[in-house]
Design a protein around this ligand. Structure first.
Ligand SMILES: [Zn+2]
Ligand SMILES: [Zn+2]
Ligand SMILES: [Zn+2]
Length: 68
């Protein structure tokens, strides 16, 4: 995937928005947004990173369960 559009670029930061939550993250949060979590029986969110919010109503994952 290559994005040709270049919105406002902050000098000195090459931060990218997260694929899953849309937040822009830096090195500190890299793991939270990229490291897969083997959470359990919910097939919707298994192996998604911790920042992912599962919108499945019956999701039982502690990490992914959507908190409104
Ligand atoms: Zn994220
Ligand atoms: Zn999950
Ligand atoms: Zn889930």
């Amino acid at each position: 995937m290559s994005q040709s559009s270049t919105p406002q670029q902050d000098k000195g930061s090459d931060r990218l928005p997260c694929l899953y939550c849309g937040e822009t993250y830096g090195p500190d949060d890299l793991e939270r947004h990229t490291a897969p979590v083997h959470c359990g029986p919910c097939i919707t969110c298994v192996d998604k990173p911790a920042c992912f919010s599962c919108r499945l109503m019956y999701c039982v994952c502690d990490v992914h369960r959507y908190r409104g």
